[in-house]
Design a binder for this molecule. Structure first.
Ligand code: ADP
Ligand code: MG
Length: 674
């Protein structure tokens, strides 16, 4: 060994500690750490908030009209006023005039500015024009003969400051860091990769970002930093995946069992269902826990796939939980699947909040004792009081209805649990790669055969007048009708206007008063009914004892009554495109022709016309996304990943894909970005 002591690894990776820079002691280093800047490397890679191009000087009149912009303005001080506002706090307002108008320069806690800018002084000032009862420039920079402002066209990156450190001070340190350590900035990424994603190396980027030669060079450098953020995100996703390499129950489904399972259904599985069943079969044969997301449009038959997975795991002795977002849907799963499972000796139960205490206790006990193979329920399945003997598979239906937090809670319940997530709302590819990047994705891209057409109409004028007759005909033919009204009763707490918006209760009474409808049997369901009552009423509808059900959007997800052929949605403009598509998905579940009538005003016109044109949930979801904007992506914000401003999922899709591939090929690089 030679004389020089080896640098500790953390310092080596960071080139040098921040305290190696002029003017940074431990106190300042601590403040910088709060901004996420812990080493000289971090400082070299900090993203400027924006690039300032020093403007040509303008007249005061022009400055007054440039609210929100950064201007340089020349003039003469016509008046200067100091105002003390308590303690050491003060405001100086120096009014600048040049014959085209007046604008105030405002200085906080710099009382000496009153003398410095005495009446008659010639001034060049630069700053942002804001509106404080008229245009002002707050905290401007002043040019002097000795210290002139930079020449117009000069490029100056601007940095965001934080508590105790201004952006300007950070700018100085960045320059110092660049000077002394810029050459030592290492680039962990392979050159070929950088070339492929068209990004500069870290060293080139730091130079172009902090000392840009052109706006274009600056923008190009930013790509390396968007990449940095993407790589950090993907590194976490990758690490999460590696962590889950675990000890799940390997449920080996033999060819004989597989053949047996698929023939238990009262119908033949579609090719898409068979394919996904095969994927699940392969997943659960491993001790690495399954993390699979099943996307399939409404009515594509996701439940059957869930049933396959549940039977496969239960047949090999494991316990299964099937979770749904609503009690209605949980009891429907139990109602629909229990006979199928029990016919083959599997023991099932339903666990929801609606259960009486005694029944709940019994179910919980049997779960703990391993006397239940498959349990259906709401999120109450994963409350702390519920312990499984050994949970091996969790199926989460309509998973987008659950927050990311709930998903994590489930994962915490058992690191070694196979998880199948199901959703009818397609997750955009970018989001799937980011928040859900640790999931495998299966798609049901085919509906069960023999589905009748669904006629969708924005019912106005003649269509609206003809509607009752058509409804009567369908009822006489023994078919059933959903009539959805978003609002329950006379309340207006949701911002709706009680006078102009319909209510489910009023609609129910109105229909009951019409003997021709009443004869078919009418009922009402909404979220304010006791859960048992709601379930009872839906069961009666399911069994066909009631011809028409007036409902709020409680029937939106998952409800499956194939004999229902008409969906009427009142005040449809109050619902989003995805929600309307889900509601429409309640009909068209048999070979009979179905109808969806949208009643609503012009506000919903664009949505209604889209629904009339398309029945394809993926197409509609894309459109929905386009209309609402990418900023509103489900879950991206909830995910806790702070990507805002750094990564634009649309613009940087190629980077997201490239980062994922990179770590797949070079897992050794993951550590450099964690
Ligand atoms: P979703 O994907 O919206 O959850 P479901 O699982 O509720 O759809 O299925 C919709 C309807 O299609 C149900 O009535 C179900 O019994 C029926 N179904 C599912 N798979 C098939 C199939 N392979 N052949 C015929 N009918 C099927
Ligand atoms: Mg479903």
């Amino acid at each position: 060994m030679t004389g020089a002591a080896a640098e500790p690894e953390s310092v080596a990776r960071g080139i040098a500690p921040l305290t190696a820079l002029k003017g940074i002691g431990h106190a300042k280093a601590a403040l910088l750490a709060q901004l996420g800047l812990r080493s000289v490397r971090d400082l070299l890679l900090v993203q400027p908030a924006r690039l300032l191009v020093w403007p040509e000087a303008c007249t005061v009149g022009e400055a007054r009209r440039s609210k929100g912009e950064h201007v340089t303005v020349e003039g003469r001080v016509s008046r200067s006023v100091l105002q003390r506002i308590g303690g050491k706090r003060s405001i100086v307002r120096a009014t600048l005039s040049d014959g085209t108008g007046e604008i105030d320069l405002v200085f906080f806690n710099q009382p000496w500015m009153k003398e410095h800018l005495s009446t008659g002084t010639e001034v060049v000032a630069h700053g942002e024009v804001t509106d404080v009862r008229g245009p002002v420039i707050g905290g401007p920079k002043l040019g002097t003969e000795k210290n002139p402002l930079p020449a117009p066209g000069t490029l100056a990156p601007q940095y965001a400051g934080g508590e105790g450190v201004s952006g300007e001070v950070i700018a100085g340190w960045v320059q110092d860091a660049l000077e002394r350590f810029g050459e030592r900035l290492d680039e962990p990424l392979p050159a070929a990769f950088l070339e492929r994603v068209r990004a500069p190396s870290a060293g080139e980027a730091a130079l172009a970002l902090h000392r840009p030669e052109s706006v274009a060079a600056f923008e190009f450098a930013r790509r390396r930093f968007a990449l940095e953020a993407v790589l950090r995100l993907q590194a976490r996703v990758h690490a999460r995946r590696r962590r889950t390499a675990g000890r799940a129950r390997a449920a080996r489904v033999t060819d004989a069992l597989h053949a047996d399972l698929v023939t238990r259904f009262p119908y033949e599985l579609t090719a898409a269902q068979s394919k996904v069943a095969g994927e699940i079969r392969a997943d659960i044969a491993l001790t690495r826990p399954m993390r699979r997301l099943l996307q399939g449009d409404v009515g594509s038959g996701k439940t059957a796939v869930a049933a396959y997975a549940a039977m496969a795991v239960a047949e090999s002795g494991g316990q299964v939980a099937v979770m749904a977002p609503t009690e209605v849907l949980a009891s429907q799963h139990a109602y629909g699947l229990a006979p199928l499972l029990e016919a083959h000796g599997l023991r099932t139960a339903l666990l929801t909040g609606a259960l009486r205490a005694g029944d709940r206790k019994s179910v919980v006990e049997r779960l703990g004792a391993g006397e239940i193979d498959v349990v259906f329920g709401t999120h109450s399945l994963f409350s702390d009081s519920v312990a499984f003997r050994r949970l091996d598979l969790a199926v989460i239906d309509e998973q987008h209805r659950f927050g990311v937090a709930q998903r994590d809670r489930l994962a915490a319940k058992g690191q070694d649990v196979h998880v199948l997530l199901m959703t009818a709302t397609p997750i955009p590819r970018t989001l799937a790669l980011t928040v859900y990047g640790d999931l495998e994705v299966s798609i049901l891209d085919q509906s069960p055969p023999g589905r009748g057409e669904v006629v969708t109409r924005w019912a106005r004028g003649d269509d609206r007048r003809r509607m009752p007759k058509l409804l009567m005909e369908r009822l006489h033919a023994g078919e059933q009708i959903y009539w959805v009204v978003p609002r329950i009763g006379g309340e207006t707490e949701d911002g709706g206007d009680a006078k102009t918006t319909a209510s489910a209760e009023a609609r129910f009474e109105n229909l009951c008063a019409r003997p021709s409808f009443a004869a078919a049997g009418i009922d009402l369901v909404h979220g304010r009914l006791a859960p048992e009552d709601r379930a009872l009423r839906l069961d009666r509808f399911r069994r066909g004892e009631i011809g028409l059900i007036v409902a709020t959007t409680v029937v939106e997800v998952g409800v499956d009554v194939p004999n229902a052929t008409v969906m009427v949605i009142e005040d449809a403009h109050r619902l989003g495109l995805a929600q309307l598509h889900q509601l429409r998905g309640r009909v068209g579940r048999s070979s009979k022709r179905s109808y969806c009538f949208l009643l609503g005003d012009r506000k919903g016109a664009e949505r209604f016309q889209l629904l009339e044109r398309s029945r394809d949930g993926f197409e509609l979801a894309e459109e929905d996304l386009r209309q609402r904007g990418m900023g509103d992506l489900l879950g991206l914000r909830q995910s806790g990943e702070n990507l805002e401003g750094l990564v634009d999922p649309e613009r940087d899709l190629d980077l997201l894909l490239a980062a994922r591939d990179l770590f797949q090929d070079r897992p050794d690089l993951v550590g450099a970005f964690l």
